[in-house]
Design a protein around this ligand. Structure first.
Ligand code: ADE
Length: 224
């Protein structure tokens, strides 16, 4: 998978891809992540990329032309499955969306700044708009990292134990059951007997029942 990320602050996104599992995915060639600075596509001496909104109002708007030129340049080089704009007014990211994106080959992520992008960028290029939650960040960069992380970890070979992505919370619309490791008792708190029983049928049944119980308690909306 290849992800091209367009931003005015690409340096904000460097470290997540230089550490741990995402770094391994990149080093193994399972994911390619390319950052594209928008500034060189701007106008004039100061490489202007934003301007005042028509009709007035607070905040600046990212101009259509620098974004159009940057995205068009990428599109001329390969076919993209989706051009995704990270924005608080997009559809809220969930595991289903991450799963769907994880089987794509080429993705563009566009990070918004200021008041947002000129509407014509959406009309010309954007195929999907994603929000990572109902709150507003200073820009789309951290959201792009969250989205990339949720997708890249699903690529075959990225996680050591491929099973572990399949047993994540949300994969079956259930939260995860409680987990324990040694010691079997700590400060009077005991690991449930069933987990020590060696009876894998019973353990699976217990885990499922606990997942349903916890989901009903914390996120009843997932069971609807
Ligand atoms: N940009 C600013 N806030 C955002 C959010 N919640 N999700 C995605 N992109 C954003």
């Amino acid at each position: 998978m290849r992800i091209d990320i367009i931003s005015v602050l690409p340096e904000l996104m460097e470290s997540p891809f230089q550490t741990s599992i995402l770094k391994r995915a990149v080093d193994k060639g399972l994911a390619e992540v390319h950052f594209h600075h928008l500034r060189p596509f701007g106008f004039g001496k100061y490489r202007q990329i934003d301007d005042e909104p028509y009709g007035g109002g607070a905040g600046m708007v990212m101009m259509v032309e620098p974004l159009d030129r940057c995205i068009s340049e990428l599109k001329a080089q390969r076919n993209y499955d989706e051009v995704i704009y990270l924005t608080p007014d997009g559809e809220t990211l969930n595991q289903r969306t991450a799963n769907t994106l994880s089987i794509k080959n080429n993705l563009i992520f566009l990070c918004g700044h200021y008041k947002g992008i000129d509407q014509r960028v959406r009309e010309l290029h954007i195929t999907k708009e994603i929000s990572i939650g109902d709150y507003v960040l200073t820009g789309g960069e951290l959201a792009a990292c969250v989205l990339a992380d949720s997708v890249i970890r699903l690529l075959p070979g990225v996680l050591n134990d491929e099973q572990s992505a399949l047993t994540d919370s949300f994969q079956d619309n259930l939260l995860s059951p409680p987990i324990y490791t040694r010691p079997a008792e700590y400060k009077g708190l005991k690991v449930p007997d069933v987990l020590l029983s060696g009876n894998f049928g019973k353990i699976e049944e217990w885990r499922h029942d606990e997942a349903v119980r916890i989901t009903r308690e914390k996120r009843p909306d997932l069971l609807e």
